[in-house]
Write a protein that binds this ligand. Structure first.
Ligand code: HDE
Length: 758
C-alpha cells in the first residue's frame, strides 16, 4: 500500500527489518498496516520524556535521524526470525538426533546464531576507546559568510544536525569514566554540503608537536606491555619517562594535572579544536580559526578523592550523567566560539600558530560566539551509533580548510586509515551513523560490506555513456583547497625539523599555572605528587621536577616536597635560550572558576537523607523546591523502600546509604526529626556520607535536629580561616522553605574549595 511504501522508502523487500514482518506476505486487497505496526520514530529519550522530567526532543529538528529510520528495527509484537527472515519455531533447543543424541550439523538456526555471536566484537579504538555519544543540533547565531562559506554558518537560525562522542583517551572500552585523562570531544556535523567532523578534546593543547611522536606517546601512556597495568591511568613509569624526555609536553601536563582532567560531567567541560584551521569565504579569501565549545552550565570538575571513589561506585558516571540529562530534558548545551585571525597577525605572535602545544590567549584574540549546540537525543543502540561512528579530521566541507600544523597533517591520514581496520573496510561511510545527509555520487565501487547498489555500467569519469555523470562540481560548488602561501626560498627544501618558536616549551606552561586560582594550583601540585609517587624510578621523578622548574619554581618546589626530595634538581637546559616575550602573562579565562555557568542547578543530584521518624513535611518542601529547579533529589535511607515519617505517613526511599554513597551527589540535605537523626547517627555510612560531602566542597543543608549529625561527623561551623562557610546552611526547625533558596544558590556555585585543608 501507499502508506507502507512511504514508510519503507529504500527497500520494500526488507520489511522484516522495519518491524512489520507480516507485510512480507500482503493479502490480496489488504489495507495499510495499522499505525501501531509502523516503525516508531521515537527514541527512548522521546518516550521517556514526561511532564515531570521535562520536554522531549523537538520534532523535526534533527534531519540526521530520518535517514537512520531506514535501518531502525522495532521488534515489539514481532515473531523471532533468522537473518534470512525465516521464522524460528524453537529458540531454546538445538537440533539433536533423539533427545539424548548428538547435535546435528544441519542446525542452521543454531549455527547462524552462534556464528553471529562469535563475531559480535570489533577492535576497539586504539585511543579514545571508552566513549559515550548523543544526537543533537547546531544552531547558527548570525551569518558568518564574511569569513566562511561553510554550510552551518550560512544564516541566522540555521540548524545542522550533529552526533557527538565524548571519550577518555588511555583506557579500554570498559574502563572507568572518572580516570585522570584528557576527554575527547568529537562532533560530526551532518551539513547539507557533506559531513564535517570537528574532532577535538576538552583541552586546547596537546602533548606533542609532530605526528611522528604520536605512536610513542600512546605506547608510553597505555598499560605497560609486559603486564598490562595500569588501566586508564597515566600514573606509571613509562608515561613519565617519555614526557620528561619531551619537554614540549610541559604545557599539556599542566592541563592534564589540573581539574580539567576530571570533569564533573560532559555537560560541564569545554571543548577545543586544538589546531589552527582555516575559514574560507566565497571569494576564496581565508583566515585562521580556532574552535572553542563553552558549556552553558559552566565548567565544573570533580576533586581527585571524589573521582577515585566514584570510579569504584559508578564506573559509568559520565555516561550515566549524559544519558540521564538527556532523558530528563536537561539537555547539555554549548556555545561555539571562534578565534579568528589573519596570517599577518599570526606572524607577529610570540608563538607559532602551527604548534599544537600553544594556545592563543583570549586577551590577544577574543573568542566570538557563533552558535549553540544542544544534545537532545540519546542513541537507540550503543554499538550501532556510538561505537560505529567514525570521526575523521579529513572530513571537512567547503569553507573549512587545514593549516600546516604537522600534528594535524598526521591526523588527516590516521583517522581514515584506522576506520578501515576498525570497521572492516573502506565502506564505513555507509554505516548509517556515518552516512551524510548530503547525497553521495561517485565512481567508487565494491569493497567489504558495500551497501549501495550503484546502477548502470559506468563507473568512471570522464564518460559519455552516462552523459558524463556524476560530473565534477567545479570550483563554485566543490571543495577547493586554499592555495598554500609561498614560503621563503630557503624553507622550501625538504627537511625534517621544526620552526624555531616550537622550541619554547615553557612560557605557556607558566601562563597556565599563573592563571589558576590558589585552590586549582594546589590541585595541580597534588596531581603531580600523586602521579610521580607511583613512578618507581627516582631518576624519572627528578627529571620531571627539573623540567617543571622551567615552568614554575613554586610548583616545582611543592612537587619536590611532596615527593620527599631534599634538594631541587637543576633546571633542565632550555632548548631555546631566549624565548620571545609573551604578550600575556596571566589569562583569567584559563581558570575553571572563570565560567560559573548560568546559575542553574538542572540535573544536579542531591541526596536527602531520611530514616524512620523524619519530619516528612520539611523534606517534602525541600524536595519540591529542588524539583522545580530541575534538580534530581533522591531520598537516601539506611535501606530502600518505605520509611515512616514523624507525621505518620510514609516516604519511599530511592537508594540506600550503602548503594549510593555520598560522593555520588552534588549536595546533601540532612533531615529534621530526633528519631531519624538518632537512627542515622548510629549508621557508619552516614558519617562517611557527611564527611565526603564536606571534604569534597559540596553544599550541605542541615534541617533542625540534624545539626547534631554535623557535629558528630566533625564538620567545623566556619572555614579554616574563621570566615562563614556559605556552603553550610543550618536551618532551625520550621525554616526549611526559606533555607532552600540559599541552598540552591550554594549548589549553583558548584563547589566550595575554600574549605579545603588537605
Ligand atoms: Fe586522535 N585519534 N590522534 N587526537 N582522537 C583517534 O581515531 C591521532 C589527537 C581525538 O570519539 C583515532 O577513530 C593521531 C589530537 C578524538 O571516535 C586515531 C594524532 C586530538 C578521538 C587517532 C592524534 C585528538 C581520536 C583512534 C596525532 C585533539 C576519538 C580511533 C597526530 C584535537 C574520536 C579513531 C571518537 C581518535 C589518531 C592526536 C582527538 C588512531 C595520529 C591532537 C576526540 O585515528
Amino acid at each position: 500500500t501507499e502508506a507502507l511504501a512511504a514508510a519503507m522508502p529504500f527497500n520494500a523487500t526488507k520489511a522484516a527489518e522495519h518491524g512489520f514482518a507480516n507485510a512480507t506476505q500482503p493479502q490480496q486487497g489488504a489495507t495499510a498496516e495499522p499505525a501501531s505496526r509502523l516503525p516508531t520514530a521515537s527514541t527512548l529519550s522521546e518516550e521517556n520524556g514526561t511532564e515531570k522530567t521535562g520536554s522531549v526532543a523537538p520534532e523535526g529538528v534533527n534531519a540526521a535521524i530520518e535517514p537512520l529510520d531506514r535501518v531502525r528495527v522495532d521488534s515489539s509484537g514481532q515473531g523471532l526470525t533468522t537473518n534470512q527472515g525465516v521464522a524460528v519455531s524453537d529458540n531454546q533447543n538445538s537440533l539433536k538426533f533423539g533427545l539424548r543424541g548428538p547435535a546435528l550439523l544441519e542446525d542452521f538456526v543454531l549455527r547462524e546464531k552462534v556464528t553471529h555471536f562469535d563475531h559480535e566484537r570489533i577492535p576497539e579504538r586504539i585511543v579514545h576507546a571508552r566513549g559515550s555519544g548523543a544526537h543533537g543540533f547546531f544552531e547558527c547565531h548570525a551569518p558568518l559568510t564574511q569569513y566562511t562559506k561553510a554550510a552551518p554558518f550560512k544564516e541566522a537560525g540555521k540548524i545542522t544536525p550533529v552526533f557527538v562522542r565524548f571519550s577518555t583517551v588511555a583506557g579500554e572500552r570498559g574502563s572507568k569514566d572518572t580516570a585522570r585523562d584528557v576527554r575527547g570531544f568529537a562532533v560530526k556535523f551532518y551539513t547539507d554540503e557533506g559531513n564535517w567532523d570537528l574532532v577535538g578534546n576538552n583541552m586546547p593543547v596537546f602533548f606533542i608537536q609532530d605526528a611522528m611522536k604520536f605512536p610513542d606517546l600512546v605506547h608510553a601512556v597505555k598499560p605497560e606491555p609486559h603486564h598490562q597495568m595500569p588501566q586508564a591511568a597515566s600514573a606509571h613509569d613509562t608515561f613519565w619517562d617519555f614526557v620528561s624526555l619531551m619537554p614540549e609536553s610541559t604545557h599539556m601536563l599542566m592541563w592534564v594535572m589540573s581539574d580539567r582532567a576530571i570533569p564533573r560531567s560532559f555537560a560541564t567541560m569545554q571543548g577545543f579544536g586544538v589546531h589552527s584551521y582555516r575559514f574560507v569565504n566565497d571569494a576564496g579569501e581565508s583566515v585562521f580559526v580556532k574552535f572553542h565549545w563553552n558549556p552553558t552550565a559552566g565548567t565544573h570538575s570533580l576533586v581527585w578523592d571524589e573521582a577515585v571513589k566514584i570510579s569504584g561506585a559508578d564506573p559509568d558516571y559520565h555516561r550515566r550523567d549524559l544519558w540521564e540529562r538527556i532523558e530528563s530534558g536537561a539537555y547539555p548545551e554549548y556555545e561555539l566560539g571562534v578565534q579568528i585571525f589573519t596570517e599577518a597577525q599570526a606572524e607577529q605572535f610570540s608563538f607559532d600558530i602551527l604548534d599544537a602545544t600553544k594556545i592563543i590567549p583570549e586577551e590577544l584574540i577574543p573568542v566570538q560566539p557563533v552558535g549553540r549546540m544542544v544534545l537532545n537525543r540519546n542513541p537507540d543502540n550503543f554499538f550501532a551509533e556510538t561505537e560505529q561512528v567514525a570521526f575523521c579530521t579529513a572530513h571537512v566541507v567547503p569553507g573549512i580548510d587545514f593549516s600546516n600544523d604537522p600534528l594535524l597533517a598526521g591526523r588527516i591520514h590516521s583517522y581514515v586509515d584506522t576506520q578501515i581496520s576498525r570497521l572492516g573496510g573502506p565502506n564505513f561511510h555507509e554505516i548509517p551513523i556515518n552516512s551524510p545527509i548530503a547525497p553521495v555520487h561517485n565512481n567508487q565501487r565494491d569493497g567489504m560490506h558495500r551497501q549501495a547498489i550503484p546502477r548502470g555500467r559506468v563507473a568512471y569519469e570522464p564518460n559519455s555513456l552516462a552523459g558524463g555523470c556524476p560530473f565534477q562540481a567545479g570550483a563554485a560548488q566543490g571543495f577547493v583547497t586554499v592555495p598554500a602561501r609561498l614560503q621563503a626560498q630557503e624553507e622550501q627544501a625538504k627537511v625534517r625539523g621544526k620552526p624555531e618558536k616550537f622550541a619554547d616549551h615553557y612560557t605557556q606552561a607558566t601562563l597556565f599555572y599563573e592563571s589558576q586560582t590558589p585552590a586549582e594550583q594546589a590541585h595541580i601540585a597534588a596531581a603531580f605528587r600523586f602521579e610521580l609517587s607511583k613512578v618507581t624510578v627516582p631518576a624519572i621523578r627528578q627529571r620531571t621536577v627539573s623540567m617543571l622548574r622551567n615552568a614554575s619554581e613554586a610548583l616545582a618546589k611543592k612537587v619536590a616536597e611532596g615527593l620527599g626530595m631534599d634538594t631541587l634538581p637543576d633546571a633542565m637546559p632550555l632548548a631555546l635560550a631566549q624565548p620571545a616575550k609573551p604578550e600575556v602573562t596571566v589569562s583569567p579565562p584559563l581558570s575553571l572558576m572563570a565560567r560559573p555557568g548560568d546559575g542553574s542547578i538542572k540535573a544536579r543530584k542531591i541526596a536527602l537523607l531520611v530514616a524512620p521518624g523524619v519530619m516528612g513535611e520539611s523534606m517534602a518542601q525541600v524536595q519540591a523546591a529542588l524539583l522545580a529547579e530541575g534538580a534530581v533529589p533522591r531520598l537516601v535511607a539506611p535501606h530502600i523502600g518505605s520509611v515512616a515519617t514523624a507525621e505518620g505517613k510514609t516516604l519511599d526511599a530511592d537508594a540506600s546509604l550503602e548503594n549510593e554513597p555520598g560522593f555520588l551527589f552534588d549536595a546533601l540535605v540532612l533531615p529534621d526529626g530526633q528519631a531519624a537523626v538518632d537512627a542515622l547517627a548510629k549508621d557508619g555510612h552516614t558519617m562517611e556520607f557527611i564527611k565526603d560531602q564536606y571534604r569534597h566542597g559540596k553544599t550541605i543543608l542541615a534541617l533542625g535536629a540534624a545539626s547534631a549529625l554535623l557535629e558528630k561527623a566533625g564538620v567545623p561551623a566556619t572555614l579554616p580561616d574563621g570566615k562563614p562557610d556559605v556552603g553550610l546552611i543550618i536551618a532551625p526547625s520550621g525554616s526549611a522553605a526559606d533555607a532552600v533558596a540559599t541552598f540552591i544558590k550554594g549548589i549553583a556555585l558548584h563547589r566550595h574549595p575554600e574549605r579545603e585543608t588537605d
